[in-house]
Design a protein around this ligand. Sequence first.
Ligand SMILES: Nc1ncnc2c1ncn2[C@@H]1O[C@H](COP(=O)(O)OP(=O)(O)OP(=O)(O)O)[C@@H](O)[C@H]1O
Ligand SMILES: [Mg+2]
Length: 482
Amino acid sequence: MMRPRILLIEDDASTSSALSKVLTGEGYLVTTADRGDDGLAMATRETFDLVITDLRLPGLGGLELVKQLHIAKPKLPIVLMTAHGTTETAIEATKQGAYEYLMKPFEADELLDLVAAAVDAGRLMSEPVELGEARSGQSALVGSSRAMQAIYKELGRVAATPVTVLIRGETGTGKELIARAIYQHSDRADKPFIAVNCAAIPETLLESELFGHERGAFTGAQARRVGRFEQAEGGTLFLDEIGDLNPNTQAKLLRVLQERCIQRLGDSTNVPVDVRVIAATHRDLESAIKEKEFREDLFYRLSVVTISLPPLRERAEDIPDLVRFFIRRYARELSVELPAVQAEAIAFLQRQTWPGNVRELENAVRQALLLAKPLAIGLDHVQQAVDKARRPEKISQQPHSAYIADLLASAERGEINNVYARMIADLEPDLFKQAIQMAHGNQAKAARWLGVTRLKMREKLTELGLHPRNSNAPDETSEEIN
Ligand SMILES: Nc1ncnc2c1ncn2[C@@H]1O[C@H](COP(=O)(O)OP(=O)(O)OP(=O)(O)O)[C@@H](O)[C@H]1O
Ligand SMILES: [Mg+2]
């Protein structure tokens, strides 16, 4: 992935350089401006992934900047920094299109978590999803099987109308890609697309995330907050993992869908919202309804239109195209030459059952590419890659010394010559999984434990299908920036 570009607009030279240092250290490319008018001009002229701006600025204030920039580039995420006592203005800014605000003083971790989430949110909006085959872009729904063609047709049909859509399918079948494609082909494509992962946010915070809250609505609600529904005004809200909503929130969501109004927590005023909802789940909602875990009336509201993505094993004819697509993607990313793929290798991949669907295939192809370089990808490579993905389970069933002895014995027999890399690759998934669990989803904390950057953390979580989006819990203090 390319390093994200950030424009930092801050007139105080020492704050600006401290922030630049933190951001650069995390791998971002930072450009600075020290006046609001200059910043606005730069942001409009050049391409950035994120703008971070101070509120009080010479030339043009932060709030006005947010307003104008959001109109000029509605998909560019903006984070507003504000000093104590100006929260009302900051809240106003989130209604005007700012992604989020940060109250000074804040900690480096807080900033970095927010920046990572905002950059992600921006990419979801602006990176086009190509349909059928990939010509140029990064994101594509690849596959020309009948099943996928039916999906593209359905997608074209529902995109144009603002109906609620429910996307169903096993894990890794491309639900998120479909949601983005619907948005991009809709008449709301120039308005925001905001994704909320209902499973990744602690229950107690989810309602406030969705609907916002008034100051003092609950312990810790120090300032008002504008919810994602209000932020998505005129646009599209993607509610991912909707099957994981608790009954209380289900009831509130149902009301919003029926009445097209939200109520902020701690306030009974009805605020009208014009938001198109797209929901997704891998869960069997019919069983959940039977078990009284999911409301039937909400199910009917959500599934005005349902798009069901077929598991990969039911469209094995798409595997050759998918393999070539992923090889191109990762060869570019790893800067290696495009290798050829042998027919037996493809045939082997087509025979697998792929419980993790396209995501699992993608990971296997990446692995095979690493094993094969700089040769053609053969049967051996893909067998090893698929085997590798299932090996971590085996590791946990035997002592590490036995596992290491196994690896070394294969090397001695001349079967492998990369024991070190394989050991790391085998253990990595567990390391990241356990760390994020122990840190209760707090990526900053987990990254710190492992001594990796947050970008790396997010990359790994995405690769493992662990939903890094919105999973930032509040953290204890680290370095403070004023
Ligand atoms: N048809 C497809 N063509 C190309 N890539 C795909 C396709 N379907 C899925 N992918 C890729 O597979 C990975 C998983 O896709 P996505 O996140 O959309 O799945 P999901 O159904 O939302 O999974 P989960 O239930 O785990 O959230 C992503 O990297 C995505 O780019
Ligand atoms: Mg998903």
